[in-house]
Design a protein around this ligand. Sequence first.
Ligand SMILES: [Zn+2]
Length: 540
Amino acid sequence: MRWINISCIFCLAMNLGCHKESADLIVFNGEIYTVNNRGDVAGAMVVRSGLVVEVGSESALKSKYHAAEEIDLHGKYVFPGFIDPHCHFFHYGLSMRQADLTGSVSQEEIGSRLQTHIKSRPASWVLGRGWDQNDWKDKQFPHKEFLDALFPDVPVYLARVDGHAAWVNSRALKLAHIHAGMTIEGGEIITDSHGATGILIDNAMSLVEKLIPSPTREEKIQALIRSQKDCFSVGLTTVGDAGLDRDMVTLMDSLQKNERLNMRIYAMLNPTPENISYFITHGVYRTDRLSVRSVKLYADGALGSRGALLKKEYSDDPGNRGIQLTPTGFLNEICRMAFSNGYQVNTHCIGDSAVSLILRLYAGIIPEHNDLRWRIEHAQVVDTIDLPLFGQYAIIPSIQTTHATSDMYWAEDRLGAERIAHAYAYRTLLAQNGWLANGSDFPVESINPLYGFYAAVARKDLKGFPQQGYRKQESLTRLQALQAMTIWAAKACFEEKDKGSLESGKFADFVVLGQDIMKAEEDSIPEIKVLETYVGGKKM
Ligand SMILES: [Zn+2]
């Protein structure tokens, strides 16, 4: 319940000097998890000009401040606004124009979802995303023939759930002039005895993707606003958007400045010549809501589509060691350029060979025990011999705990019993520097950060499987899981002085929950709802 504090307005109006400091907002009568160093839980919090002024007991704060607005929490729980340090905020919004194929259990289901989608949105291309052959009976990559029967004349482009493979029809292959025997660096065109099958891996995807009509400026704006709405509904107040270009970053900046976009964004740049000359060589760009100081690189592909770069061949695909997406020389050049301009480097590494390559490449550029916070994104399979480099060079694992519980059904097929012991090893990774960042990589996984919290703690998926947790020895404690999506996530974006905890001087970004994620029965965590989300003390 909220009301305007009439007595204090009276005080002010009559200039009676009530000896209280004025404030905009006081929230009280709840449990406020500050996530400060001491792990304090407070009863009340005062906000002024978008910042936290003080956190403490209700009686102390109410006798010290008069606030224009008061919110009685009625015993509910407050946490710092959640931070997703690695996701695809813009692409999530944009993907709403595509057919959602996530969770489909057969090709037939995909066919019917596509038919329904194009009925509601006829377009010159049929676009979809989210299929995963591991969810189907035969677990085999699909074939263009299935799509050709449904769509003989319209090009079809369907991205795999991980965004590292595409399933296209013959029309799309023809438009892109793709034929059997063609090769592409950092990618693969899968073929059989009749030619290209319609499966394109990693860099080969762009041959077709670049032909898809790009969204208009208004469609981009709508995508951002849609994404923001969904993020606020699950308590996200900052997102690290992994892989943006100059025009998108400047669009975000202008929408934030005219208050259409309230989401705080940590923008990771693609390593394009335009991004380098416009942003990177000019140093860090920072506003209250936007931070541009990092570059996103790709070392390899993904495990599900066998594009992850492994030291030894795939256990279920003899002779295949995956794909290095970006040549080492170019990675090295970008890392050196970032280092000399004070930029952070965040590199996608899934396979043990990719992790090893990038750790050693970073180590050749940055000093030991630095505070540069260069990150390895995903860090899914890490050879024990490479592990100490994380600590030695203060390289931060930027993980997604839901990847463990999504991939657990088939990851051992790809890796075998020995390597799986060094995969999704989040507790081991945490131990290297004493902290790490946990995100979702949405839309690869669900946008809901509480699913990541649950996966970190319980190592179970949303079906509660497996009952004992998947390799539970690699779980995080609830406190660690909370820090990984608040204060540590902020630190991974150089923003721990402004956000990630509720302390004096920080942004008043916070969420109100109906249940306490720190004490609730473990399997009830995914059901817990974010009731309200505040950014800078304003309800979103
Ligand atoms: Zn990603």
